[in-house]
Ligand binder design. Structure first.
Ligand SMILES: Cc1cc2nc3c(=O)[nH]c(=O)nc-3n(C[C@H](O)[C@H](O)[C@H](O)COP(=O)(O)O)c2cc1C
Length: 396
């Protein structure tokens, strides 16, 4: 080969190396700095093309566990800090139950800027859940349908993971545990009581989940008599814990309750001495709001994300009114922006959670929601998030 041809070939090679390294540095930089738009428009859609929903979920958990997700600079804002149930929250945006079902990645997830993470649902005995595929993305609708059916490693394994969180590597933030029941168990109350006993000493708060649509008969526990019996047994188990102070106990409800059922649930949780400290409103919906565009819209399971947003907010509004604002609410369903969070807070939520928005917006989502929320609160003259809780009810 002539000298000229050789020098041209090496220039090409150099060019390609520069291009590849440049792209790698660009992508790496964007990933490492957690640029929200890069995640939403580039990285998450690529991930969704490459992996089905459950595989993508499992990889995200692994990356969070290995602390391999991007560094998200914490937002230190006095406006966002609050104290609920004597627990200090750095910000009101939590990661909802179902994301870290097995308690594998709590610290890596808190590090993304969530004020709190809810582990679970955890069942007493390990169980595999429903057959795959059991989770579907509906990208055109900003939604997910899942019918996981409480795939759980069981109390013993999840408890061991949570107790072995290293004190030196522990991220600041509140950690709740959401309790479920085994599909084959005939003693639902016993399953929840055993969850309270198992996690009562280490959870910052406990949630009795009687609203997942994928375990037959579970949602019937929201009926007045069944809920009364369940709440009596669960709070009794909580009150017998040696630990002091004892953890708050919350009930997680569905967005599909009739008016009468909401009245019943509100009566049970807010009656004097009920022992229930809060309500998580809401779980996924079995309804299918008109206008869903995705090919997966008819899949069986619980629908979450944007199409659930207003249904969940209105359910929060109802529960806040029915309990006269006396029972703190965690508002969840379709939160993907600061405005969404603010709407739920004004409707009556003391704290909010999200899950589906993480699927579409990726790791920067907690930071983005918090930044927007802080601006909205300040613009309306609030000095703290707690001042805005239930604001809609006061202005009526
Ligand atoms: C894939 C998936 C799995 C879920 N698993 C649970 C669960 O195990 N326990 C529970 O209480 N809620 C579970 N949820 C419901 C969420 O905690 C939340 O209530 C619901 O998704 C609404 O919030 P979102 O619209 O921000 O996703 C799950 C949700 C999704 C999308």
């Amino acid at each position: 080969m002539s000298k000229v041809a050789l020098s041209n070939a090496s220039k090409w090679k150099e060019g390609i190396i520069v291009l590849i390294s440049g792209t790698a540095v660009f992508l790496g930089g964007m990933t490492a700095t957690g640029q929200p738009r890069f995640y939403r428009n580039v990285l998450m859609p690529i991930g969704q093309k490459l992996f089905d929903a459950e595989t993508a979920h499992q990889w995200t958990i692994k990356l969070a566990k290995w602390r391999a997700l991007p560094y998200i600079k914490p937002l230190d804002s006095s406006v966002l800090k609050s104290r609920v149930w004597n627990l200090d929250f750095d910000n009101p945006v939590g990661l909802a139950a179902g994301f870290d079902k097995q308690g594998e990645a709590v610290d890596g997830l808190l590090k993304l800027g969530f004020g709190f993470v809810e582990v679970g649902s955890v069942t007493p005995e390990p169980q595999p859940g429903n057959a795959k595929p059991r989770v579907f993305r509906l990208p055109e609708d900003g939604a997910v349908i899942n019918r996981y059916g409480f795939n759980s490693d069981g109390h013993t394994v999840v408890l061991e993971r949570l107790t072995s969180r290293g004190t030196d590597t522990r991220s600041p933030g509140v950690v709740g545990v959401n309790l479920g029941k085994n599909a084959s168990s005939a003693d639902a109350v016993g399953d929840y009581v055993s969850g309270v006993r198992a996690f009562g000493d280490i959870a910052d708060y406990l949630v009795v989940n009687v609203s997942s649509p994928n375990t037959p008969g579970l949602r019937a526990m929201q009926r007045r008599e069944a809920l009364l019996a369940l709440v009596a047994a669960a709070t009794d188990a909580r009150d017998r814990l040696a630990r002091s102070p004892r953890p708050p106990l919350l009930v997680k409800v569905a967005p599909d309750l009739t008016r009468e059922e909401k009245v019943d649930v509100a009566a049970v949780v807010s009656r004097p001495g009920s022992g229930v400290d809060g309500i998580v409103v809401s779980n996924t919906t079995i309804s299918r709001p008109a206008g869903l565009k995705s090919e997966h819209a008819a899949e069986t399971g619980g629908l979450s994300g944007a199409p659930l947003k207003s249904l969940a907010t209105e359910t929060i509004r109802d529960f806040y009114a029915l309990t006269s604002g006396a029972v703190p609410i965690i508002g969840v369903g379709g939160v993907a922006s600061g405005r969404d969070a603010y709407e739920k807070i004004k409707a009556g939520a003391s704290l909010v959670q999200l899950y589906t928005a993480f699927v579409y917006h990726g790791p920067p989502i907690a930071r983005t929601v918090n930044e927007e929320l802080e601006k909205l609160l300040v613009a309306d003259g609030y000095k703290s998030v707690s001042e805005a809780v239930g604001a809609d009810h006061k202005s009526v």
